[in-house]
Design a protein around this ligand. Structure first.
Ligand SMILES: [Zn+2]
Length: 450
């Protein structure tokens, strides 16, 4: 949303918010589904039928093209790479600290930026062009939505992190409607026992066929629906869920309450990888979107069945090519091929450690993601939320010089707004320890739950 609209958004009535979101949606739709979108979709669909050899050949050609172009156009890589030489790993810290040097020179003037603080609180600035955006969306249309038997052009819903419902204490409805995209957008921040009926009413009113957004939020909602004996009064076509791991138990509860099969989608804000669950229930990487490697501490590929760090190379991003970028996830290649026969799209056995702890507020509201805590706070390096008791949280912060009282006040306001009256201790630390698997945990809950 534009800044002017965003500023007045919280103060206008629901119908005006719906209108604002729809106007934004109209522009957004043009950007994502316009231009050569259909041709890109056709390309992904065609490669769905390719042999393994043909895909490998295609990916190798694309990789050469991307590296060549990065050396010519991207300041960061011009300095670090030579055509035909070794390709070192690109640490996430480099993109964070030197973001501008990753933007391709021949794209300047037509890039847009998306700023993501990510669940770890470390902001990353992502650059993309309109064509990039269409390519990313085309891949999801063909693979994620297409395999699930539906389309982005069908009525859909989203449970996500956009603050469509302004305040933590706001009253129903906890969703807004975007006419332009036939999309109903539910707040991820208000899922609580007392609000469940309103969420269900939103689904029944707009009847989205495709459910998208945070996996864990859908599970929370479904679980609360089960507890209250509620189900949707219609059957959506599919749910394509991301951001957190989707377990068998989560799928079962979602099926029971939301009456839909949930498919897992694994992606990244950096748009350097995409993996999608097929009808056989396995998670296939799309190498024609981004090449995924799983490597050990020395940067060498690990065999199937062994955990390693995920390193990916974006093939579709002309604005900000990322080569062997370390995404910060740990994953495992599957040992067996998938019965669906798409052997050109390799299968991930598991993405480890994306399932984070859940924080439950005193009023029963459940939150799983805290990226909003760190939004627009450039002096926060990273942060970790620890729930000590139902009404007591500790926020561990690694900060840069310049972090002060104003920022601390802002963080406190954000917590109060979203979790209600909780006691918050802000603890400044020099580093946040990783787990033994090397994973950063953004949220830790010490509260015992039934
Ligand atoms: Zn498959």
């Amino acid at each position: 949303m534009g800044h002017a609209l965003e500023a007045i958004y919280p103060y206008v009535p629901v119908w005006a918010q719906n209108l604002g979101i729809s106007l934004f949606g109209l522009a957004y739709r043009r950007e994502r589904l316009g231009g050569e979108f259909d041709r890109y979709v056709a390309g992904f669909r065609e490669r769905d039928r390719w042999s393994k050899e043909r895909m490998e050949e295609y990916v190798a050609t694309e990789l050469r093209r991307v590296v060549q172009r990065a050396v010519e156009q991207v300041p960061y890589y011009r300095e670090r790479l030579t055509v035909g030489g070794d390709l070192p790993v690109t640490p996430k810290a480099d993109l964070r600290a030197r973001g501008a040097e990753f933007v391709a020179a021949d794209c300047r003037g037509r890039v847009e930026f998306y700023s993501s603080s990510g669940s770890t609180g470390t902001p990353v600035k992502i650059a993309y062009t309109a064509a990039d955006h269409r390519r990313f969306m085309a891949a999801r249309e063909a693979r994620s939505f297409g395999w699930a038997g539906t389309s982005i052009r069908r009525p859909r819903s989203m449970i996500g992190g956009r603050r469509v419902v302004p305040s933590g204490t706001a009253r129903a409805p906890f969703y807004r409607y975007n006419w332009a995209e036939q999309q109903v957008y539910f707040s991820a921040y208000h899922i609580a026992q007392a609000n469940v009926a309103d969420y269900v009413a939103g689904f029944n009113k707009y009847r989205p066929e495709l459910l998208t957004g945070y996996a864990y939020s859908h599970y929370l909602l479904a679980r609360m629906m089960v507890a209250q004996g509620l189900t949707l009064e219609y059957e959506p076509k599919a749910a394509v869920l991301s951001s957190e791991k989707l377990t068998a138990e989560m799928k079962r509860v979602i099926r029971q309450a939301l009456r839909v099969r949930a498919f897992e989608e694994y992606g990244a804000v950096e748009n350097c990888l995409l993996a999608t669950e097929c009808e056989a229930g396995r998670l296939h990487v799309s190498p024609d979107f981004g090449v995924v490697e799983i490597v050990d501490a020395a940067g060498k590929p690990v065999p199937p069945g062994v955990e390693g760090r995920v390193v990916c190379t974006a093939l579709l991003s002309e604005a900000q090519p990322l080569i062997r970028y370390e995404i910060g996830d740990v994953a495992v290649w599957a040992k067996e091929e998938c019965p669906c026969g798409r052997s050109q799209l390799p299968v991930l056995e598991e993405v480890v450690g994306r399932l984070e702890d859940v924080v439950v507020g005193p009023d029963g509201r459940e939150l799983v993601r805290f990226h909003w805590v760190f939004m627009d706070l450039p002096n926060v390096v990273e942060g970790q939320v620890v729930q000590e008791a139902v009404d007591r949280l500790t926020l561990k912060l690694v900060t840069r010089e310049g972090f002060g009282a104003a920022e601390e006040r802002m963080i406190r306001e954000r917590f109060a707004e979203r979790l209600g009256p909780v006691q918050l201790v802000i603890e400044r630390v020099s580093e946040i320890p990783r787990t033994e698997r090397g994973k950063f945990r953004a949220v830790i809950s010490k509260v015992k739950r039934p």
